[in-house]
Design a protein around this ligand. Structure first.
Ligand SMILES: Cc1ncc(C[n+]2csc(CCOP(=O)(O)OP(=O)(O)O)c2C)c(N)n1
Ligand code: SF4
Ligand SMILES: [Mg+2]
Length: 299
């Protein structure tokens, strides 16, 4: 049964005062992830906005153990942690590998692919803010077509977002899920479930970013919800080969009330150069993908 707000554990693993930008979606997600995973979690992270959240040694607001690794090496670092814990006989720890879209879709793909093929026993989370944000909003292969970034400033990015989740699905992970910081209960339930499964578990986590996307900091939760309500982000999980839509996406599928993508695009300055033709093409691509999800879910 889905967790209710009042059932969330009271224990916090992030103290007040992280160094992320005001209105960032990342601390909302990380807070609820760590509530689900508990104190016996070791996180390994490369350079990214999560490093900013963790702060500079010797100070950190985060109460679980953490290792800073090289940019492309998150899954390799996690594999080492898994092997070390096994050698020490400590089988009650959860190894959490967590990297951004740049550190996963682009730089981290080979280490992750190798570890996933071996079914290495960790949870890998790609939190996706759709660009290299920590270094100043450069485009990544997760940036959607039509977005302005500092490396696509005049002509918005032309190529569509890489379908990295499909790439991970082709590795047949023990558990695969998508979630979003604007739905912390959906997120909490997926991390709770992932914690109890062995083998490679992959979670794609959509994170709105006011600094890089160009919207008021107060709107982060609203923007994440709009992403789901328009079908830009779809909430689902894949377990033992069984596909399930979850939460708001399941609700939208049943009621057939998905919103037009323009409702989402017009809230963010990064999409301000999109032409009506580009918006129409994006809507068509989203609708085709959505139909595919409805078919998979048998709805
Ligand atoms: C090998 C290497 N190349 C480049 C960098 C510089 N660098 C640090 S963080 C970062 C951006 C990370 O982007 P992403 O993984 O999407 O995380 P985000 O900052 O968006 O949270 C880059 C390019 C680095 N640390 N190491
Ligand atoms: S750049 Fe974006 S993702 Fe990074 S800390 Fe700021 S708001 Fe968060
Ligand atoms: Mg990023």
């Amino acid at each position: 049964m889905a967790t209710a707000l009042l059932d969330l554990p009271e224990k916090e693993y992030i103290l007040p005062g992280t160094r992320t930008c005001a209105g960032c979606g990342l601390p909302i997600a990380y807070r609820h992830m760590l509530k689900a995973l508990g104190p016996k979690t070791i996180v390994t992270l490369p350079a990214c906005c999560l490093t900013i959240l963790h702060g500079m040694y010797p100070k950190t607001p985060v109460l679980v153990n953490a290792v800073n690794n090289v940019f492309g090496g998150t899954a390799a670092s996690a594999s080492g942690l898994v092997a070390g814990l096994k050698a020490l006989g400590k089988d009650d720890y959860t190894v959490l590998a967590m990297a951004g879209d740049g550190g996963t879709f682009d730089m981290g793909i080979q280490a992750l692919s190798g570890a996933a093929e071996r079914q290495t026993n960790f949870i890998y989370v790609c939190y996706d803010n759709e660009a290299y944000m920590n270094t100043g909003v450069q485009r990544s292969s997760a940036t959607p077509a039509g977005a302005i970034t500092t490396t696509t400033p005049v002509h918005p990015k032309e190529q569509p977002k890489k379908d990295f989740i499909q790439i991970m699905e082709a590795h047949h992970p023990a558990y695969l899920a998508t979630t979003c910081s604007s739905y912390p209960l959906d997120l909490y339930d997926k991390f709770s479930k992932a914690r109890g499964i062995s083998g490679t578990r992959f979670i794609h986590l959509a994170i709105p970013c006011p600094a890089g996307w160009g919207y008021p900091t107060k709107d982060t939760v609203k923007i994440g919800r709009l992403a789901v309500e328009t079908g830009v982000v779809v909430l689902y999980e894949l377990e033992n080969g069984v596909f399930r839509l979850t939460g708001k996406s399941l609700n939208l599928a049943k009621t057939r009330r998905k919103r037009p993508v323009e409702d989402y695009l017009k809230t963010q300055a990064r999409f301000r150069k999109m032409t009506p033709e580009q918006i129409e093409a994006y809507q068509k691509a989203i609708d085709e993908r959505w139909e595919g999800f409805l078919n998979r879910a048998g709805l």
